[in-house]
Design a protein around this ligand. Sequence first.
Ligand code: GTQ
Length: 345
Amino acid sequence: MMDLGRMDDLPAEYRAALAEQNLVPLWPSLRSVLPPGKPVPRTRATAWRYAGLRPLLMQAGELTPIEKAERRVLVLANPGHGLDKMQASSAIYLGMQLLMPGELAPSHRHTPNAVRMIVEGEGAYTTVDGEKCPMERGDLILTPTGLWHEHGHEGTEPVVWLDVLDLPLVYYMEASYVTEGAPQTVKRQGGERTYLHGGVVPSPVFTRGNRRYPMLRYPWRDVRAALVILAETEPAIEAVQMAYINPETGADCQNILGYSALMLRPGETLRLPVRSPAAVFHLIEGSAALTVDDSDFTLSPADTCCAPGFAQVVLRNASASEPAFLFIADESPLHKKLGVYEVRG
Ligand code: GTQ
């Protein structure tokens, strides 16, 4: 590889003349923007422990009323990007949101896409585009770009969920903004039940194409059952993993980030393919050990961990008798659309 010149090889006067005209020499920075062989990620393998985070989130519930927060969220920030950047990876934002009984997080819509993975509590709901979606542990609820959403709570205990957004990417694109709105009128409930049975969708002649996001809630009860059935019917399958898709098109359920649920069979060790997108692992149930290149983590339920792209990730189920269930978010739809998706085996 050629040895390239450095900035201070150049005379100060010349550097000043360049800066004066908003010009920059490429060669001193060429290896930094085009590193050899593979990217040098800012994203650092990082775990956020629910046991550590929960008391601070509950404290936020006491310190800051919902009226002063709009969304009461602690952001899971990756130190590799700098905490103030509020990024888990280059494209993924993660936050833990708390809603107390009786509170309402008012209706708004924004350009970034969001999903919620419910962590604890009962009685809360999110209304998305007029559809009231109850929030139960392990459910995935979509709030795609541009759709109105508000969160309410009719129960008696705190409710917590993990927010996953493509905010860092949309912000970087200078395309991120929000619009505030009035409370929504509920038009629909239980829309996901339309898609409970595989192989059939509403007849395309009359209904297909009406709604870009036909399924907004993926109940954990159904996803968990699907994983257990897959493990039973395909015992030789490499990974017991189900993708959250748009049931009308079969495509990823959102445009930028991809979502899946993975069951680790008792005692299973799973070496994931080395791929270009960064990924986030959130433990729903059981216990799991996770290795990201040279870093080891042990995950308890509601713990969350991120891995940069091009990392070797190995998942292990520590239990010999019980399955473990993980929720995974990754940047693969984005990489595929941009044509930079890679699998290195
Ligand atoms: O619940 O709408 O974590 O707008 C960040 C931005 C949650 C939300 C976040 C948001 C929301």
